[in-house]
Write a protein that binds this ligand. Structure first.
Ligand SMILES: NC(=O)c1ccc[n+]([C@@H]2O[C@H](COP(=O)([O-])OP(=O)(O)OC[C@H]3O[C@@H](n4cnc5c(N)ncnc54)[C@H](O)[C@@H]3O)[C@@H](O)[C@H]2O)c1
Length: 253
């Protein structure tokens, strides 16, 4: 079911590949003009071209979300192109893992800077723009079920996603008076280049009622709802789009 995003201007970060690419395509097919923002400019251009070939409106922009100034310039670019900003999807992320006992500052800083600081910077500049416009907006974060549970090798990644979940809640509270609704989608195992194999590992399947990888388009569908005016009384929420993983307990026996 499409959501009506006509006349909306959206930014999607990490939109060159995977879940972000699917989110950008979905928002564009629902009517939004989309700034496809990614550190990989060639990939971002490819996403924007595919959107244009499907009849949508998109522009590519190179952005490193670790950098505050580049996040500010990204919001400025959307406004320069299309006059306003209605939707910010902060999805860019990296999933590097290392055992806790061996984890050093380099990986820890890189993961936190990309996933958490990037979400903070993008959200702050997007929200400032939306507040100045005075008619609300939607901000969506890509969290993870690794931010809901602990997980092996995820001292940085899991913490970054847990921090995003709390940031979602805090932003929802502080931005409610401006009618800016802030929610997160927390994917489970989703078939992108970030995961290997055609099916999740047996350990994951043991706890997953739907017993398969999610597709990026299935995560994008949740994001499209959260970006739409149909989402009007939900803020600060985390939608686990994970095949039932986070709610499963003992599945048999
Ligand atoms: N695939 C999964 O199973 C899964 C599960 C839970 C959460 N997630 C989250 O979903 C999001 C997308 O992951 P994906 O699986 O599509 O991975 P992906 O690697 O296919 O896509 C990530 C995108 O982010 C971009 N990116 C990386 N660092 C960046 C930076 N510093 N600035 C701007 N862009 C940057 C990459 O170029 C890429 O286009 C991430 O936040 C990830 O943590 C993925």
């Amino acid at each position: 079911m499409p959501f009506d995003l006509n006349n909306k201007v959206a930014i999607v970060t990490g939109a060159a590949f995977g879940i972000g690419e699917a989110m950008a395509a979905r928002l564009a097919s629902d009517g939004a003009k989309v700034l496809v923002a990614d550190i990989d400019l060639d990939g971002a251009k490819e996403t924007a071209t595919q959107i244009a070939n499907s009849g949508g409106i998109a522009q590519a922009l190179k952005v490193n979300v670790q950098n505050r100034e580049e996040c500010a310039a990204m919001v400025d670019r959307a406004v320069e192109l299309w006059g306003r900003l209605d939707i910010q999807v902060s999805n860019a992320g990296i999933v590097d893992r290392e055992p806790f006992l061996e984890m050093g500052d380099e990986l820890f800083d890189r993961v936190l800077k990309t996933n958490f600081y990037g979400t903070f910077y993008c959200g702050q500049y997007a929200a400032r723009q939306m507040v100045s416009q005075g008619d609300g907006g939607r901000i969506v974060h890509t969290a993870s079920n690794s931010g809901v549970f602990g997980g092996r090798g995820r001292a940085a990644y899991g913490a970054s996603k847990a921090a995003i979940i709390n940031l979602t809640q805090t932003m929802a509270i502080e931005l409610a008076e401006h009618n800016i609704l802030v929610n997160a989608v927390a994917p489970g195992a989703t078939k992108t280049r970030a995961v290997s194999g055609d099916v999740p590992s047996p350990k994951v399947l043991d706890r997953m009622p739907l017993q398969r990888y999610g597709q990026p388009s299935e995560i994008a569908a949740v994001a499209a709802f959260l970006c739409s005016d149909e989402c009007s009384f939900t803020t600060g929420h985390v939608y686990c789009a994970d095949g039932g993983y986070t709610v499963a307990g003992v599945m048999d026996g």
